[in-house]
Design a protein around this ligand. Structure first.
Ligand SMILES: Cc1cc2nc3c(=O)[nH]c(=O)nc-3n(C[C@H](O)[C@H](O)[C@H](O)COP(=O)(O)O)c2cc1C
Length: 326
């Protein structure tokens, strides 16, 4: 038995599970592993240049994978989106900005468009722009996001964009989360943090180990890490990450951090990037969401897809039995 939903129908996949296009983390190997296990894998092209995107598309081999972009960053590098379309990906994924101009190009090219949204207004705009699938991302999510919770946003987006398939994202790490999303009316889930802690994900082993050792109470949504990376993320998007020494030093002192970056030759930006490369998780960034309570080991991505799907089926069957007649 498998869970058949409007998402599995729309994307031609076996399980209603999509791996998030996590920039710098979701490369071709992770996306391919998720697709090969019956979900849809997405490459995280958000901070990638042409070489990075080409390399990771090659790393996916013959697996049918999609590719995600950070929409506001495409404004001055639209050629990356066109390059992706030329490769006929399984889907393109747009988040954090107006999807309309890019969605139109994808539709012309016959490539399915998945739009991730953080508010109802964003959801309606995505539907108007021609999204084939809308992802309702709650604030529990790792990485950038907004303020609404998955529990309230997902069913409201389902109602707002019906009959489009809606995917729930944010805080979903196991089969119970998938079952809950389906009962909220979603047609599937998009999972990021749980797939970061996999063998196939890019990113330092220390970062994956920190996702295993930390808990949901340890995450914060903040702009400290983007100031440190000199990434001009627009309002209202802030990144959720595991709290660390770097955060504790600069939280509430964001202006001082900006000044230090502007004033010194010995910039904290270089130190931050060096820490990221060397796997110093206290002085750099581990993006992750509140769902890390349920991340207990670094595992192969394909095994996770199979387990999440099977556990969701069992959970739904148990719930159905609650209303069985005596
Ligand atoms: C390490 C990391 C990087 C992310 N990078 C991106 C990105 O580049 N583009 C994007 O649309 N979403 C990104 N996200 C957010 C995901 O698309 C997704 O909404 C989120 O991971 C879902 O919540 P979860 O982390 O609780 O599973 C990222 C998430 C994580 C954990």
């Amino acid at each position: 038995m498998t869970l058949k939903t409007a998402l599995t129908e729309a994307l031609g996949i076996t399980h209603p599970i999509v791996s998030a296009p996590m920039a710098t983390v979701a490369g071709g190997a992770l996306a391919a592993a998720v697709t090969e296990a019956g979900g849809l894998g997405l490459i995280g092209g958000g901070y990638g240049d042409r070489d990075w995107i080409e390399r990771e598309l090659r790393a996916a081999g013959n697996a049918r994978v999609g590719i995600g972009f950070i929409t506001w960053r495409l404004a001055d590098r639209p050629e990356l989106f066109d390059m992706a379309l030329e490769r006929a990906p399984a889907a393109v994924f747009l988040s954090f900005g107006d999807p309309a101009p890019f969605a139109a190009r994808a539709k012309e090219a016959g490539v399915p468009v998945i739009c991730q949204v953080q508010t109802l207004e964003h959801a309606r705009s995505a539907a108007r722009a021609g999204a084939d699938v809308v992802v309702a991302q709650g604030t529990e999510a790792g990485g950038h996001g907004g303020a609404r919770t998955t529990m309230t946003l997902a069913p409201a987006v389902v109602d707002a964009v019906a009959p489009l398939p809606v995917v729930a994202a944010g805080g979903i790490s196991d089969g119970r989360g998938l079952a809950a999303a389906l009962t909220l009316g979603a047609a599937g889930v998009l999972i990021g943090t749980r797939f970061f802690a996999t063998r196939e994900a890019l990113g330092h082993g220390n970062a994956k180990a920190r996702l295993v050792s930390a808990g949901g109470d340890d995450t914060v949504r903040t702009d400290v890490f983007d100031i440190a990376r000199e990434l001009p993320w627009p309002e209202p998007y802030r990144i959720r990450a595991v709290r660390n020494r770097f955060f504790d030093r600069w939280n509430g002192a964001e202006d001082a951090l900006r000044e230090e970056i502007a004033d010194t030759t010995d910039s904290p930006v270089d130190a931050f990037h060096a820490a990221l490369r060397s796997g110093d998780t206290e002085e750099s960034l581990v993006a992750g969401g509140q769902g890390i309570d349920l991340v207990r080991a670094v595992e192969p991505a394909g095994e996770l897809v199979a387990r999440i799907a099977a556990d969701a089926e069992r959970t739904l069957a148990t719930c159905a039995s609650l209303s069985a007649s005596p």
